[in-house]
Write a protein that binds this ligand. Structure first.
Ligand SMILES: Cc1cc2nc3c(=O)[nH]c(=O)nc-3n(C[C@H](O)[C@H](O)[C@H](O)COP(=O)(O)OP(=O)(O)OC[C@H]3O[C@@H](n4cnc5c(N)ncnc54)[C@H](O)[C@@H]3O)c2cc1C
Length: 376
């Protein structure tokens, strides 16, 4: 049995941020990540101006992610389209690129990261690994993201009666597609779901959607759903025409939009999607992951394992408004009549779109203050 003072399970944006900051603070820790090589997690990859500022504070330059900015958001619903300016420039990046750069930064700072190590379950204070070994820790940072760890799973009710799935395909690259999508984050709203479309750093276009299971079942399969959506919406159909034949459709099940850990447990810091899950059309999940990782590291350096409950309840407060506002927009946008009304309102008053974009951001604490140990 191995022992570490602080064990981080999961090497996505949340876990890597904590590892990076614990390393900088000289706090002994170990991060385990189940994938041996950095993969390209299913994600829209949209990073808001606030998330980019947070990444800069962590030492990651936006230009290292994608040199092309996103300055507009366009809403599409039932043949209508509304375009609005974002409050500040944003960008989209593949998760492979983002996670690779964050891991490099963490390792350079001295973070202890072991890849290809899978936590199977949490039982009686210990983490049991897939290879049969056991790890114990005084403090656990749970950063397994979209995947629950047996023994510490988020409540099944959080998924709702008609759970949400994430699907992702890549389009292009093609100059004609770039002319359509470049510089814009597109949100295509449809019955029981939405698709977000944005160009990433390698010129390909990421189409990532969240859809209720009932809609997918009505269509029959992910491929049939794409065909159906392309037929329903000419604008989406134009973009889907750039889908290469035989492209794989990635999927993730049971995304518990709206869930937040509001109580907390001594010695357990839940980070990222294990702390709070914002509806993904807000494009703020990575911002939340980074902020939770930074706040948890600061709280731990200040108060050790006993700081976990205060951190968790404070983070639940910090995410209440962005998740509440994003939830209202998400629930409206998945009903065709309301989605059409939203698009008309956005066309008449584009400044409201900018306001919604602002209200769905989490507030980031200045890193130096957080590491100095003061609450923001
Ligand atoms: C359809 C969809 C679109 C989205 N689009 C956007 C967007 O455009 N912008 C945005 O900001 N957010 C978006 N999000 C949300 C964003 O992807 C998440 O909020 C973010 O990835 C959370 O980061 P994390 O570090 O908590 O978890 P993750 O990114 O899920 O990382 C968790 C890590 O833990 C590892 N892991 C899991 N289980 C174990 C285990 N048992 N043992 C060891 N390692 C383990 C995984 O391999 C992974 O590397 C989207 C989400 C969905 C579903």
């Amino acid at each position: 049995m191995r022992r570490t003072p602080a064990l981080i399970v999961g090497g996505g944006p949340a876990g890597l941020t904590t590892a990076l900051l614990l390393a900088r603070a000289g706090a002994p820790h170990l991060l385990i990540e189940r994938h041996a090589e950095t993969g390209d997690a299913l994600c829209g990859g949209f990073l808001s101006w606030r998330t980019l500022a947070m990444l800069e504070r962590l030492g990651v330059r936006p230009s290292a992610l994608n040199r092309d900015h996103i300055r507009r958001v366009s809403l599409h619903s039932g043949g209508r389209r509304a375009i609005a300016a974002l409050p500040r420039p944003a960008l989209a990046v593949s998760r492979w690129r983002l996670d690779t750069i964050l891991a490099e930064h963490a390792r350079t700072a001295g973070a202890a990261i072991e890849t290809g190590v899978t936590a199977r379950r949490h039982e009686q204070g210990a983490i049991h690994l897939a290879d049969g070994a056991t790890l114990t820790a005084d403090t656990l940072f749970l950063a397994s993201g979209k995947h629950d760890l047996r023994g510490l799973a988020r409540p099944a009710e959080a998924r709702g009666d008609d759970p949400v799935l994430g699907l992702r395909v890549r389009l292009g690259p093609a100059p004609a597609l770039d002319r359509m999508v470049g510089g814009t984050i597109e949100l295509h709203l449809f019955d029981r779901g939405y698709a977000g479309i944005a160009a990433q750093e390698d010129g390909t276009v990421n189409l990532c959607m969240a859809v209720h299971r009932s809609r997918l079942e009505d269509a029959g399969s992910p491929a049939a759903l794409l065909t159906q959506l392309g037929n329903e919406s000419p604008q989406l159909g134009e973009r889907l025409a750039f889908l290469a034949g035989g492209t794989t459709i990635d999927a993730v099940a049971n995304v518990p939009y709206g869930w937040r850990e509001t109580a907390g447990t001594p010695g357990l810091f839940r980070l990222g999607d294990q702390a709070a899950v914002i509806p993904s059309l807000a494009g703020e999940g990575i911002g939340i992951a980074l902020e939770s990782g930074a706040r948890a590291a600061a709280a731990y350096c200040r108060g050790g394992r006993d700081a976990a409950i205060r951190y968790q309840t404070g983070f639940a407060d910090a995410t209440r408004r962005p998740i509440g506002v994003a939830g209202m927009i998400w629930h409206g946008s998945e009903k065709p009549a309301l989605a059409a009304a939203l698009t008309v309102v956005a066309r008449l008053a584009p400044s409201l779109v900018g306001l919604a974009a602002r209200l769905t951001r989490v507030k980031h604490s200045p890193l130096d203050v957080a590491l100095a140990g003061r609450e923001s």
